[in-house]
Design a protein. Sequence first.
Length: 129
Amino acid sequence: MSTAVTVDTLVAFNAAWNRHDLDALMSFMTDDCVFHAVAGPDLLGRSFIGAAAVREGFELAWKTCPDASWTDGVHWVVGDHGISESTFRGTRAADGLRIEARMVDVFTFRDGRIAVKNAFRKDRPAFKG
């Protein structure tokens, strides 16, 4: 990976999410990365700190919604920050209800990799698929 994160990097990161390719996703992350999930008990949702915890947090997305996808992506990079906007779609494993809502990831980059992924999603009610 080059020393600068580009829009192409975020496009590739998004593609790895859609392939459900955990190893590829982690290859984009720093060893001391942080992931702030869209939901959780804290101000920033649920935070996963460190590569092992982030890996667990990423995997949880597919356990929660096994058919999860992130489509219609638009990506921006400015210096050591970036944004990806997409439509999240998935069926919750727990109750079979569908989620479909626009979302944004806000990134902080360091040394050509993602140090922080902070996820935000519209609070749209789940519906029957």
